[in-house]
Design a protein around this ligand. Structure first.
Ligand code: HEM
Length: 537
């Protein structure tokens, strides 16, 4: 085959990536010329002006002037670590993905945890959703599981993502608040777009103030489709279960930590790994039959604002993740890592969830700007550990020296290489696309915005409910517009009268009556954090 001309890096050789960046014992210019002095610029006499010819000065300052890259448009603040995923082999009947199929198979991973709303320099312990993005460097190509620590999302259609983010980030005029959901535009949005109420309550619950990245659950949120060796498919939801159990801060702790140690979560992750207390998670699957309706127990599996309670579909463990190495360089690894839901391997496919479908476009698109051009897959942290033999050529920041003259197929000049092959290759599941009309509507089943929020509320223990009431009261109390508070109280009335009355009392406002009939739901013990622990070894 065509030789792989990519520059070897730490990611491929196992050597730390620093070997690529810094060599030799002497300080040099970027061109490798040894330097005698880096502390004094070249001047016309000791008191004279700087000389333009001081190339070392200009190289040093110019490079510094360009050190920053744009922060992520969301999830700007994060921390990451390397680790290993070990398969239990229990998913062998569900997927042909080698990293899940073979018992004992080990796969290198990189995980980035993040908050969503704050900028790169914001505090760790603010009330927010948290990202839990995992890059599996499998033998069959890279698989990215780009999830959050909450199993539902604010919106059902990706076309609303810019809107919800505009509403949730800082006000455009004052850039206040920097990192929390305590303001008018956020509550304006979620009270008008009531599909957001479920995710909002997860945020107002203790889940919104995680104790540590090490004590967070992770969720793929969307439903995915797995394909096994026989071509049979199932629908699944991915879950990460922390070995340490699920733990949160209490609000007062979160506020103090944000002041005393804004790096609380980042420090905790690095200190734990450096101390050898490697954080562990179990990867599990909720498995559903792949039926044409794509529903389970009446729940639409394509609606990302809905969960499937674990009592109805238990999480089946399929492997274990251990994070055992901190990054060598934050910028090179944590800042430059680029996740994408389209990074799939044979045996794992997407579904038509309209949020997921939009995400398939957005990540690559944003990374073209954030990482300056189309070759960011060559950055060491983003390089697959599987051999790469693509026909992508040239472009900004091209580091490979590709051999051959015919990057097209078929060709008669480069020995016909690279060969397309069916062996171990990704094949899209031939899901039937019905003769449906082109529409912008969502399915009718997406219209129930209330039942599962009520389920979540009623599943909480009394102390957890008290925390939720206090969180709504505190956050809504920061709104300037009374009409927005009143509209959100109406939403709470449609979830539960007690919740609504308590928050209304805290805000000094009357509690409205529900405008809908409250649904009958059976509380789900698995939704409450108390006592949630890893299954026994
Ligand atoms: C970044 C999760 C919905 C666009 C991220 C990150 C996570 C994440 C974990 C941070 C990745 C990292 O650490 O580098 C989710 C989840 C979603 C969701 C779980 C819903 C289930 C969306 C939607 C869009 C979107 C609907 C757009 C249509 C982005 C963008 C970034 C991002 C542009 C920045 C990526 C980068 O700069 O590399 N998301 N997200 N997300 N997300 Fe999402």
């Amino acid at each position: 085959g065509q030789p792989d001309t990519r520059t070897p890096t730490g990611a491929e050789t196992g050597a730390p990536p620093t070997a690529f960046g810094q060599q030799g014992a002497y300080l040099t210019t970027a061109q490798g010329a040894r330097l005698r002095d880096t502390d004094h610029s070249l001047k016309a006499g000791p008191r004279g002006p700087l000389l333009m010819q001081d190339h070392h000065f200009r190289e040093k300052i110019t490079h510094f002037d360009h050190e920053r890259i744009p922060e992520r448009v969301v999830h700007a603040r994060g921390a990451g670590a390397h680790g290993v995923f070990t398969s239990y082999g229990t998913a062998a009947n569900l997927t042909r993905a080698g990293f899940l199929k073979h018992k004992g198979k080990e796969t290198d991973v990189f995980v980035r945890f993040s908050t969503v709303l704050g900028s790169r320099g914001s505090a760790d312990t603010v009330r927010d959703t948290r990202g839990f993005a995992t890059k599996f460097y499998t033998d069959e190509g890279t698989f990215d599981l780009v999830g959050n620590n909450m199993p539902v999302f604010f919106i059902q259609d990706a076309i609303k993502f810019p809107d919800v983010v505009h509403a949730a980030k800082w006000h455009p005029d004052r850039e206040i608040p920097q990192a929390q959901s305590a303001h008018d535009t956020f509550w304006d949005f979620v009270s008008l777009h009531t599909e957001a109420q479920h995710h909002t309550m997860w945020n107002m619950s203790d889940r919104g103030i995680a104790r540590s990245f090490r004590t967070m659950e992770g969720f793929g949120v969307h439903t995915f489709r797995l394909v096994n060796d026989a071509g049979e498919t199932v629908l699944v939801k991915f879950h990460w279960k922390p070995k340490l159990g699920v733990h949160s801060l209490v609000w007062e702790e979160a506020q103090i930590a944000a002041g005393v140690d804004p790096d609380f979560h980042r420090r905790d992750l690095y200190d734990a790994i450096e101390a050898g207390a490697y954080p562990e998670w179990e990867l599990g699957l909720q498995v559903f039959p792949d039926t044409p309706e794509e529903t389970f127990a009446g729940i639409d599996l394509l609606d990302p604002t809905k969960i499937v309670p674990e009592e109805l579909a238990p999480v089946q463990p399929v492997g274990k993740l251990v994070l055992n190495r901190t990054p060598t360089n934050f910028h090179a690894e944590v800042e430059q890592v680029a996740f994408h839901l389209g990074n799939l391997v044979p045996g794992i496919d997407v579904t038509n969830d309209p949020l997921l479908q939009g995400r398939l476009f957005s990540y690559l698109d944003t990374q073209l700007t954030r990482l300056a051009g189309p070759n960011f897959h060559q950055i060491p942290i983003n390089r697959p550990h599987a051999p790469v033999n693509d026909m992508l050529r040239d472009g900004f920041h091209q580091h490979a020296v590709h051999a051959g003259v015919a990057p097209y197929k078929p060709n008669s000049l480069d020995g016909g290489n690279p060969f397309p092959t069916e062996e171990n290759s990704f094949v899209d599941v031939p899901v039937t696309v019905t003769e449906a009309p082109k529409v912008r509507d969502l399915p009718v089943s997406f219209q129930d915005h209330w039942t599962q929020v009520r389920l979540f509320w009623l599943s909480m223990t009394p102390i957890e409910q008290e925390h939720i009431i206090r969180a709504y009261t505190f956050e809504l109390g920061k709104c300037y517009e009374q009409a927005i508070k009143e509209r959100q109280l109406q939403c709470l009335a449609n979830i539960d009268p007690v919740l609504c009355q308590q928050v209304a009392a805290g805000l000094g406002l009357p509690a409205p009556a529900p405008t809908i009939e409250l649904s009958e739901v059976t509380p789900s013990p698995a939704l409450s954090q108390v006592g949630q622990q890893w299954p026994a070894d």
